[in-house]
Design a protein around this ligand. Structure first.
Ligand code: ZN
Length: 506
């Protein structure tokens, strides 16, 4: 069960979709009220939290403070007044972030997404076309070159286009318009659909400086963003795929308390015809029934799933499914989102050729994200694991502690072995693929006991001790962060064990 708290940020794919989720009370009040949450998850050896609490009522000032304390201890991220609301990920935090991104890139590949890289700044005329300028301008950053005269000289501004439209840019708050531009550039046929683009670009939204907080209320963030251009008949399978990916992904992190909310057509302000809305909503209902009402997870364990309807709560451009997690403090966090969009394809005049040769058909656009904001998901995981990262995502996977100076050389040889293919390559250039782990050596002249305690505090998954007896036996004394019992293993056995843990996301 997912049982930790997180401050709410906002992050959703499309304009007008950044709906605040109902938060009953702040963390502190809830802890006081039920007295059961202690802020510490009961972490199993594999790093997955099982949601049990030990009964001690320890007050959390806030999730942000808790996250910051872990981050300070483990050197994960920081902020600075020179860029309020933008996170500096330190080396060890970057390792975690990169793992999340690589994890999702591999899953998306399996589901037929093609990753793209798109610009950060676009002329305001693009944002006018997409509708962001009318609906979202106040939440965007403007970008203007310092030397406007240079741009003016080089371009021939048409009379219909004002100077500011030609030379003023907006920093993108969402990726959708750039994906629409790419879709529209080439002739598309029904055979090409669905076209699925994924994008991990950084996005900026101009949150008020007073609202900025930790990893959850930020100005710069990244999403595991994806846009699917498809026909009506594809919606069923595409939504099914996305929900399955959401379930499977959250299960990897031991999170199974998931709720789905279907938001339907608003009573008054909506675009498109009612028949299209009804057909789309019916498809979403069918998929939700098929994918979320089982009593077991796809892994065969856990709680039943449910979905609820939010009548009339859809965006004006199409119905949507919001995915929410509930924590031990009864706070809900919106993470994934799936939104159908009939509007943007129209604004960008997207077309494809059908089987019978008709050329004016509009694709439907699906916006979807599984993690949502990576920064927010990072914060959720900080709360979830309380710094006890499972091996596969741990920025400190193992540390080798040589008993004294005479064991240092062997310790460093093991480090190189476990660091993997990049360091072990005998070629000048290291390979692109392979198994590589984050392994340190603590060769300080301190006692083994002290170095072991510090390694546990820093959160290393494995602590590997090396003395005369181990060298004589050709093995190493291996213990985990949570269990002091020792297993004697060879270097190859340790490396194989690490590979097995990474492959099974343990
Ligand atoms: Zn989008």
């Amino acid at each position: 069960m997912f049982r930790k708290s997180i401050g709410l940020g906002r992050c959703s794919c499309r304009l007008l979709s950044t709906r605040a989720v109902d938060v009953k009370a702040n963390v502190k009040a809830n802890v006081k009220a039920n007295g059961k949450a202690d802020g510490k998850a009961d972490i199993k050896a594999d790093g997955k939290a099982d949601g049990k609490t030990d009964g001690k009522a320890v007050e959390f000032q806030s999730s942000t403070n808790s996250n910051q304390a872990i981050s300070t201890r483990q050197l994960l991220y920081m902020t600075d007044e020179t860029s309020p609301g933008s996170i500096f990920f330190l080396p060890h935090g970057t390792r975690i972030l990169n793992k999340l991104v690589q994890f999702m890139k591999n899953q998306q590949l399996k589901y037929g997404f093609q990753e793209v890289v798109t610009p950060l700044i676009f002329k305001t005329k693009l944002w006018k076309k997409s509708g962001h300028w009318d609906n979202y301008k106040d939440d965007m950053f403007k970008v203007i070159g310092n030397d406007l005269s240079r741009e003016e000289k080089e371009s021939h501004t048409p009379e219909s286009c004002s100077f500011s439209e030609e030379h003023e840019y907006g920093l993108k708050p969402m990726n959708c318009p750039s994906h629409c531009i790419m879709f529209s550039r080439f002739e598309r046929s029904y055979n090409d659909l669905p076209v699925r683009y994924s994008d991990f670009s950084s996005l900026h939204r101009n949150e008020a400086s007073g609202a900025l907080s930790g990893l959850t209320r930020v100005r710069r963030f990244h999403q595991d963003d994806g846009h699917i251009f498809c026909e009506m008949k594809h919606i069923d399978q595409e939504i099914r795929n996305t929900i399955n990916l959401i379930k499977d992904t959250y299960a990897v992190f031991g999170i199974d308390d998931i709720e789905y909310y279907l938001s339907t057509r608003p009573q008054e302000k909506f675009i498109g015809d009612i028949e299209t809305w009804n057909a789309a909503e019916q498809q979403l209902k069918t998929v939700l029934n098929a994918t979320t009402t089982t009593t077991t997870t796809r892994q065969g364990e856990g709680q039943g799933r449910s979905w609820k309807i939010r009548e009339g709560d859809g965006a004006f451009y199409g119905p949507k499914i919001d995915v929410l997690l509930t924590d031990a403090f009864e706070k809900k966090h919106q993470v994934g989102t799936i939104q159908l969009d009939f509007q943007l394809p129209k604004r960008f005049e997207l077309k494809y050729v059908t089987e019978d040769g008709a050329k004016d058909n509009r694709p439907i656009l699906i916006h979807r994200a599984v993690f949502g904001s990576l920064e927010r998901f990072f914060a959720i995981l900080l709360d979830h694991y309380q710094g006890k990262w499972p091996f596969w995502i741990n920025p400190r996977q193992a540390i080798v502690i040589p008993v004294n100076d005479s064991h240092v050389e062997k310790a460093e040889a093991l480090q190189k072995r476990l660091c993997g293919d990049i360091f072990n390559s005998t070629d000048a250039i290291s390979p692109l693929t392979g198994y590589n782990f984050y392994v340190d050596v603590d060769k300080r002249p301190a006692t083994v006991g002290l170095r072991t305690r510090e390694a546990i505090q820093k959160g290393y998954s494995y602590i590997i001790l090396l003395g005369d007896k181990d060298i004589a036996n050709g093995t190493y004394a291996v213990r985990t962060r949570d269990d002091r019992s020792i297993t004697n293993m060879t270097g190859d056995q340790i490396y194989e064990k690490f590979i097995e843990l990474e492959k099974s996301y343990k």
